[in-house]
Design a protein around this ligand. Sequence first.
Ligand code: NAD
Length: 319
Amino acid sequence: RSKTTSFIGLGRMGSEMATNLFSKQLAASKDAQFIVCDAVPEAAQYFRDVFTKKYPEAKLTIAESPQEALINSSTIVTMLPSSPQVKEVYGKHIIPGLSTLAPDAARDTLCIDSTTLDVDVARAVALEVGSKGARMVDAPVSGGVTGAKAGTLSFLVGGPEASFNIARPILALMGQRIIHCGGSGAGLGAKICNNLVLGVEQIVVGEAMLLGQKLGLDPAVLASVINSSTGACWSSSVNNPVPSALPDKSPPCERNYDGGFATALMLKDMGLATDIADKQQSALPLGKAAEKIYQQVVDERQELARKDFSSTYLFLKQD
Ligand code: NAD
């Protein structure tokens, strides 16, 4: 059990993260064992087929349930869509499973949840996991699918220092920057605040790029002015929503807004920010306005929901 790592949730991010984690653990120890689990059995099977084709020596099995994964491993990483799935996986499987373990085995168990979810839900789950003797950290990520694939993610970690120190070398196999943000939920707090800035910023860059073109400006000239002036930001200089505005062809707008970070996921993250701000009675006028716009995009332009969130520009432009 001690050399086994489980990964639960093999979606766009999880499959890339698990590939890095497992391949590096395998390089360090031939005895390493792995378990994968996904609510969609085909996702787990697909991951196993691809991984074992590349690493035929890997001992990798598929668990029928997260509980089975937990019982047979000491490290569990989860990468799920949001709060309901984390509640389900931990509440129905992992927490009851921990109760069935011997105290020593429970104490040796580390749960790392990299999902972006509600701070209070994450804290409640971590408290329950802790009450059963195991360790848990929230470790949401920044860096997207490209960073997950390259192993260059930033992990924003919340949890006790001792748990952070145990999680750090594991996270380092999937990312480059591992930041201890504070106690339980602090990683998520940092992640939600960052995405609040990003969500607002991406819309306003779209507004400025649209207005500039209506004033007769060439988008490439306008982008270069903003990017070398006080309006410079990631949404303009890396994820500019207007094709040909940037000299390089890497932003999602250059491939019909495919890939990148889905509009529907940004809507979820804006919702997490507005919920927690209401609970904390913290002012969020721009965040709330931005959330409404993402909601409108998803409701009125369903084809943009899975496209990169810079496609809100098409909604503003009414294209
Ligand atoms: P995804 O929908 O591609 O993957 C989620 C996976 O979880 C799916 O394979 C799904 O079948 C599985 N799943 C759902 N419910 C389950 C359950 N009950 N038990 C087991 N498996 C279950 O999502 P993603 O893009 O990989 O994102 C995962 C998380 O990472 C989200 O919280 C997202 O906000 C965050 N995130 C995503 C990006 C990105 O660019 N995609 C960037 C940073 C953070």
